[in-house]
Design a binder for this molecule. Structure first.
Ligand SMILES: *Cc1c(COP(=O)(O)O)cnc(C)c1O
Length: 418
């Protein structure tokens, strides 16, 4: 599998569909110029292994006729993930949402779970799906993570667990949450869907809290098309997780309790093994592109980057910028529209806030006045394309174009629908 360790190939500007940058006529497409890119430049592209390597693994799987249920490839994947993630226990499952549901179910039977509104809907859905009550709490305006002091203030005698998210892979204040959980006897589960390969305060991210949950969806840094994992250290919790993942079945003729089907197939585990060979190169490639964005864009008035934890190893999975409409001259939606006209597919993650969606908007904790930071960040946030298959030249072209759009902001504001 040595080919799997090849550097991800950055396609040339031309072959990836990028129209040559016209320096003489940089009229933004929203004002009638030609789009910067002939084909869409997406937010992310999945790591893809060598097809021949995948075929070879598929031959092995087919020869065994064993397609799921604790197959050989799954066991190998779980072993490699334990090493890569620096954790004692790892249960691979069919997706990150089921991972959240099973993780919560293994620890919490009833009551309230405190979480963030600034996340992907799955975080909050998993709480309600399990028959628990989500309670929203505001985020820190700079790190975008749940604010630990705010969480302390909303914990009540009904609270059973905390579910913070390491937003865009930026570690939460793990020490504050750990201390709060220890003092109050609450369970602590991290949604680490974005945080593959991250370290916080010298420790692998999955070693904090009772359990951490990863998503291996195709849009995530590490993926296997659809998949996820629960990691932690308590063998007793992982015995329960193993049962919950497989219908509660303990033996051929015995079901111990409630369970679901959370299993990962051998086909998905095979893809995961091959993608795992390439994830370190992908992190390095994203890091370089992130640094380039940050170095150039943070010089622009009204563009702010996420405040990343200083004592952490980051994975640079996402490049999220905040647009201050007064300083930048355009609001986030206007910049988003201008970029879309250029065929640049930036995304408004996480807009709208989960607390403004059904079925949560009428919860007492969902009131916007209780969530001022989350509301402001959600209205200003924009994730820019970032993945190892885009070239650094493409990053420079995008930044050049954002500078131009900024320079002619009043005209763009008139042209944008918002
Ligand atoms: C992607 C994501 C999930 C859900 O994972 P799936 O594998 O898509 O089910 C949960 N939480 C967060 C923060 C995510 O970004």
């Amino acid at each position: 599998m040595s080919r799997g360790r090849d550097q991800p190939q950055a396609p040339s500007l031309r072959s990836s569909g990028a129209r040559r940058y016209v320096r003489k006529d940089p009229t933004p497409a929203i004002l009638g110029g030609p789009p910067l890119f002939a084909d869409p430049l997406f937010l992310t592209r999945p790591i893809l292994p060598d097809e021949a390597d995948f075929d070879a693994l598929m031959r092995r799987v087919f020869a065994s006729s064993w397609l799921t249920n604790n197959g050989e490839v799954l066991l190998e994947l779980e072993k490699r993930l334990r090493l890569r993630l620096g954790v004692e226990e790892c249960a691979a499952v069919c997706n990150g949402t089921i991972a959240l549901q099973i993780a919560l179910r293994s620890l919490v039977e009833e009551g309230e779970v405190v979480t963030t509104p600034f996340t992907f809907p799955a975080t909050v859905h998993a709480i309600l799906w399990n028959g628990l009550q989500p309670v929203f709490c505001d985020i820190d305006p700079d790190t975008y993570n749940l604010d630990a002091r705010g969480v302390e203030a909303v914990v009540s005698e009904r609270t059973r667990a905390l579910l913070p998210v390491h937003v865009f892979g930026n570690p939460c204040d793990v020490e504050a949450f750990g201390k709060l959980a220890a003092q109050t006897g609450l369970r602590l589960v991290y949604d680490a869907a974005h945080a593959f390969g991250v370290f916080a305060r010298g420790r692998p991210i999955g070693t904090w809290g009772d359990l951490s949950v990863f998503s291996f969806h195709a849009t995530k840094l590490f993926h296997c098309a659809e998949g996820g994992a629960i990691v932690g250290a308590d063998p007793e919790a992982f015995r329960r997780i193993g049962l919950l993942r497989n219908f509660g079945i303990v033996g051929e003729e015995e079901v111990e309790g409630l369970g679901t089907n959370g299993k990962m197939s051998e086909l998905h585990a095979s893809l995961a093994l091959l993608v795992l060979d390439r994830v370190s190169d992908e992190i390095k490639a994203r890091q370089r592109r992130y640094d380039l964005y940050a170095e150039r864009l943070s010089r622009l008035g009204g563009v702010k980057f996420q405040a990343r934890a200083p004592d952490a190893v980051h994975n640079s999975a996402y490049c999220a910028i905040q647009i201050d409409p007064q300083q930048f001259g355009l609001n986030r939606d206007q910049l988003h529209a201008a970029l879309r006209a250029e065929n640049i597919f930036a995304r408004k993650y996480f807009w709208p806030l989960c607390s403004t969606n059904e079925p949560y908007r009428r919860l007492p904790s969902a009131r916007p006045e209780l969530l001022p930071n989350a509301s402001r960040v959600a209205a200003r946030i924009l994730c820019l394309p970032l993945h190892g298959r885009m070239s650094e030249e493409q990053v420079n072209c995008i930044v050049d174009r954002i500078e131009t759009i900024h320079a002619v902001a009043p005209a763009v504001a008139r042209a944008a629908v918002h």
